[in-house]
Design a protein around this ligand. Structure first.
Ligand code: ADP
Ligand code: MG
Length: 484
């Protein structure tokens, strides 16, 4: 079922390509030794290179290069053993060099792909065009003084990876799924923290519309959107704007636009920009970047497990459905938590408890998995009690609630509250006989065909035993008595 926007003059398809800027996790900047740490006081992490003092020379940071290679490997992409740094010239107050060092026609990473999964369960491959390394600019601060702009150069020179996709996405949902998947890959690899609110991952969104089967039409680029939800909203707003223009007989101009999430509209920032406007040329201060294949191979061997591989392993190792595995691998910390819970236990039971009871509590209390009131080891111990039939599923939920409140281990709670499951057939039998004689009328009705009453008897027995009876034994014994 594909996404279409119905206009007055028929149905329109939306075409989307994303350019994502991902800040590299590294100690120091791309071409200087200054710290790349986020959140320090303004202008305290600025070397002479970052401030572009005359005569300063850039020195390439090997760790940033390795991070880009790891990311390329995680995107199933070609690693270019030869790449080059170019100067992209433009003037802006927060760019002291007067140019950004970037990679133009020889990026470090070439074509790759990302597999996304949609709500309806379908799977789609989105092409990655390239990944290149570049410097970030400083930051202009406009809201500290009424008539002045302050400049913070802490960010100046921090390494960014620009990851460009093919125009392969066809709906806001696909763009959202792409960004979530890309962010998961970056986080798994430890190459970018993917934190869109802090700006360490930002998306430029290219949107055009067309009639089915047509060639691509002119696109507009929506700059610097900092949440997945806004990306999805912006696409819809922008596609509708373009459709309206076409349906009135107009033409869409290629331009850079800004998405205003408050007003729900996009506004023009500047018209079409071309590569020649930037007067790109190879940076004469830097040699071409030449990599050894053996180095790339080494990084590949030591790469962390990727989300898709973890999902497949969870399906195979723990017997989970693709859907359930996906829920658990979406965040690495949750996957790690789950594996501790599932250790030595039934994988599906563990999945139900983590995605069910635990997520419900975390949602309700607005906590992350790190802040969980129940440790993975305690959850693992709870599952042990269920599996060895010390407690049944219903009591387990009660125990879990107490664990949430007190942080106690489940065995202690079971012991203290005397919640051990009763598996003694004699004891259960006695209670059953009592219930059946107290409800002789219902027994009659049951025997003359009112099958539904079976549940009533189970309920009565459980109630009489404070929920502690083994449900399988209750069922078995009830069956025996009622069919005789
Ligand atoms: P530029 O070099 O001018 O930025 P690119 O060809 O590299 O242009 O494209 C930039 C982004 O725009 C890519 O993510 C690409 O997928 C996307 N894109 C290109 N053409 C279209 C189109 N017609 N509609 C939507 N997105 C497009
Ligand atoms: Mg571009």
């Amino acid at each position: 079922m594909s996404y279409r926007i119905e206009g007055a003059m028929g149905s329109w398809e939306v075409v989307i390509g994303l350019e994502v800027h991902a800040q590299v996790i590294s100690q120091s900047k791309l071409f200087s030794g200054a710290s790349a740490y986020f959140g320090a006081d303004p202008n305290t992490q600025v070397s002479l290179v970052d401030a572009a003092f005359p005569g300063m020379l850039p020195v390439l940071n090997k760790e940033c290069v390795d991070q880009a290679i790891r990311t390329g490997l995680g995107l199933n992409a070609t690693i270019n053993l030869t790449s080059r740094f170019d100067r992209k010239n433009y003037f802006y107050a927060d760019l002291p060099q007067g140019y950004q060092i970037s990679q133009f026609d020889h990026p470090i990473v070439g074509k790759g792909k990302i597999e996304i999964e949609l709500e309806d369960g379908s799977i789609k491959e989105i092409g990655v065009t390239r990944l290149h390394l570049e410097q970030d600019a400083g930051k202009s601060i406009h809201d500290l003084a009424p008539k002045e702009t302050y400049i913070d150069l802490n960010r100046s020179g921090v390494a960014l990876m620009e990851i460009v996709s093919e125009p392969d996405m066809r709906s806001p949902e696909e763009a959202g799924a792409y960004l979530r998947k890309l962010r998961a890959i970056l986080r798994y690899l430890g190459t970018c923290d993917g934190n869109m609110e802090e700006g360490s991952m930002r998306a430029d969104v290219n949107v055009s519309v067309r009639k089915e089967g047509e060639a691509y039409r002119t696109r507009c680029e929506l700059k610097n959107i900092n949440s997945i939800r806004f990306v999805m909203q912006a696409i819809e707003v922008e596609a509708n704007r373009q459709i309206e223009i076409y349906e009135k007989g107009g033409q869409v101009d290629q331009e850079t636009r800004l998405f205003d999430s408050v007003k729900g509209e996009t506004r023009s920032m500047r018209s079409k920009e071309n590569a020649h406007d930037y007067r790109y040329f190879p940076d004469p201060d830097l040699l071409p970047l030449i990599l050894e294949q053996s180095h790339v191979d080494h990084l590949k061997e030591t790469l962390s497990e990727l989300p898709d591989d973890k999902r497949k392993r969870f399906q195979a190792e723990y017997g989970l459905s693709r859907y359930d595995a996906n829920v658990l691998i979406a965040e690495q910390d949750i996957a790690d938590y789950y594996e501790k819970v599932a250790k030595g236990r039934d994988g599906r039971l563990a999945s139900n408890w983590v995605s069910g009871e635990l997520f419900a509590i975390l949602n309700k209390k607005g906590l992350s998995i790190h802040e969980s009131p129940v440790q993975a080891e305690a959850m693992n111990a709870l599952l042990a009690l269920i599996m060895d039939k010390t407690i049944n599923g219903k009591i387990a939920k009660e125990v879990f609630e107490i664990m949430v409140e007190t942080g106690e281990m489940p065995d202690k709670i079971v012991e203290r509250k005397g919640l051990k499951q009763v598996t003694d057939t004699g004891a259960i039998d006695q209670v059953i006989l009592g219930i059946l004689s107290a409800h002789a009328d219902k027994v009659e009705q049951y025997k003359s065909g009112k099958d539904k009453l079976f549940g009533f008897f189970v309920g009565q027995v459980m109630k009489a035993m404070q929920g502690k009876a083994n449900p399988a034994i209750v069922n078995e014994l009830l069956n025996k008595h009622l069919s005789s």
